[in-house]
Design a protein around this ligand. Structure first.
Ligand code: HEC
Ligand code: HEC
Ligand code: HEC
Ligand code: HEC
Length: 132
């Protein structure tokens, strides 16, 4: 084996090790980067500081709110089919920080948001505790 092939093999394996030891993402942007997505997949507008609109998210996630709601129909509560209508995704799913389950402004649902460090249970809810 030449030095060159040895080097190639070493590089190959260190690359694989890197790929499999990816640290768990703790925000949406990092999570999407893990799947090889670019910033511009979300930030389709020129101004990066703007939160992407739901149409952008829906292009990859279900196509419509209706479809998304069907996919999460067994969740209690279903976060994607509610009495508050079709909210912007980023009201709950934040791009670069902890997600926020905004329903808990009024309710006290125990919910595990994707990429949240733990379950969220509203601060001072106006409504009662149990998940319906
Ligand atoms: C999954 C979609 C998504 C991806 C991918 C993404 N962003 Fe964002 N970005 C957002 C959202 C949503 C906001 C609005 C603020 C928030 O929710 O954190 C935002 C806000 C920002 C802001 C405004 C400052 C701030 O944090 O509020 C900047 C700058 C930014 N993004 C840069 C980037 C860069 C650079 C990348 C690529 C490394 C990137 N974004 C990838 C969704 C995304
Ligand atoms: C270009 C396609 C694309 C766009 C645009 C996109 N996503 Fe994603 N998203 C993915 C892929 C791929 C994954 C990883 C595979 C999966 O979990 O389905 C993912 C994962 C997720 C997850 C699951 C994270 C987890 O770990 O469970 C959430 C939540 C999410 N995206 C929300 C959003 C939101 C909100 C937006 C808009 C701000 C958005 N995505 C924009 C493709 C996209
Ligand atoms: C009211 C808050 C809220 C809004 C608004 C919201 N989501 Fe979610 N989303 C959640 C919660 C909570 C979960 C976790 C559901 C579970 O697994 O229990 C979730 C899960 C997801 C997942 C992961 C899929 C899975 O089955 O785990 C994706 C992808 C996603 N949402 C995309 C979107 C997109 C795209 C939008 C906008 C069109 C959106 N969400 C709007 C709260 C929200
Ligand atoms: C501004 C306050 C407010 C917000 C925000 C809100 N709700 Fe409600 N919700 C109410 C009120 C008021 C009722 C009716 C009173 C009741 O039935 O206890 C209700 C009733 C419900 C019910 C009927 C079952 C029950 O508990 O009686 C569900 C399910 C529900 N909300 C889910 C959600 C979800 C999911 C979200 C986030 C997408 C949300 N709500 C956001 C105020 C709110």
């Amino acid at each position: 084996m030449t030095k060159k092939t040895l080097l190639a093999i070493v590089l190959l394996f260190s690359g694989l090790a890197l790929a499999t030891s990816v640290v768990a993402a703790d925000n949406l942007a990092d999570r999407h980067a893990q799947d090889g997505l670019e910033c511009t997949h979300c930030h389709v507008e020129k101004v990066r500081s703007k939160a992407p609109k739901m149409d952008t998210c829906l292009k990859c996630h279900g196509g419509s709110y209706e479809q998304l709601g069907r996919a999460s129909a067994e969740k209690k509560p279903n976060p994607h089919y509610t009495h508050v209508g079709d909210k912007e995704c980023t009201v709950c799913h934040k791009g670069h920080k902890e997600p926020e389950f905004f329903c808990n402004d009024c309710h006290k649902f125990r919910v595990q948001m994707p990429l949240a460090k733990g379950t969220t249970q509203g601060g001072q809810p106006l409504l009662t505790g149990a998940n319906p």
